[in-house]
Design a protein around this ligand. Structure first.
Ligand code: TYD
Length: 210
């Protein structure tokens, strides 16, 4: 058997702010662990000491949109090298709260970063790696904003953006999902959490069986 057959799976969770992915990530991790799978749970931007420092800047410091995109990918390069790739190589499954689809949705879709520049960065930072499965939690920005307001947390630089920004982010996620339907599953996040959870468990459970 070749070593690649022991490689773990890489699952990412995506969606506009307030779509409710945190609860569902916890459910997915619990399901995998109940099946005896060793999981590394992580997030972007962040996931390493350096990445978490970059996260602080990215979430709170105003910057040029290309600086923002490059810092997202810089944090990702570190994350892949220090955590994600070694974990997958050891056969661990990696569950990551956001990855490159978020850069496409937020920086290309939301901010208007040149698509060619995004393509160069993606091809540079992870030429041979994509998640095995990505769940996009899809919700109207109106509902997401109401949920975030009810939660009462202080909004970061992205959460403070106008409704139209979040509409563009949502549209970019759906557009990218349409181009990679095998990898990216769109989940209607406007339903009851228990209904969403059942769908998440079915999809993630299916990957365990594959
Ligand atoms: P997230 O951790 O989901 O926020 P929270 O802690 O509030 O749940 O994501 C942080 C923010 O970073 C989110 O608004 C989306 C943004 N982001 C990008 O703009 N580009 C990216 O590549 C990534 C990974 C995140």
């Amino acid at each position: 058997m070749s070593p690649t057959q022991f490689r773990g799976r890489f699952i990412t969770f995506e969606g506009i702010d307030g779509a409710g992915k945190s609860t569902q990530i916890a459910a997915a991790v619990a399901l995998l662990e109940a099946r005896g799978i060793a999981v590394v749970q992580t997030r972007e931007p962040g996931g390493t000491p350096l990445g978490e420092r970059l996260r602080e800047l990215l979430l709170h410091e105003p910057m040029h949109l290309e600086t923002e995109a490059m810092l997202m990918f810089a944090a990702r390069r570190e994350h892949l090298a220090a955590k994600i790739e070694p974990a997958l190589a050891r056969g661990r499954w990696v569950v990551c709260d956001r990855f490159t689809d978020a850069t496409y949705a937020y920086q290309v879709g939301g901010r208007g970063l040149d698509r060619d520049k995004f393509d160069v960065l993606e091809a540079w930072v992870h030429p041979n790696l994509q998640p095995d499965l990505t769940l996009v939690f899809d919700l109207s920005p109106e509902l997401a904003a109401a949920r975030m307001q009810a939660a009462g947390n202080a909004p970061d630089r992205f959460e403070r953006e106008q409704r139209a920004f979040h509409e563009r982010v949502r549209a970019a996620y759906l557009e990218r999902a349409g181009r990679a339907p095998q990898r990216i599953r769109v989940i209607d996040a406007g339903r009851e959490p228990a209904v969403i959870r059942a769908e998440v468990e079915a999809i993630v459970g299916g990957l365990c069986a594959a």
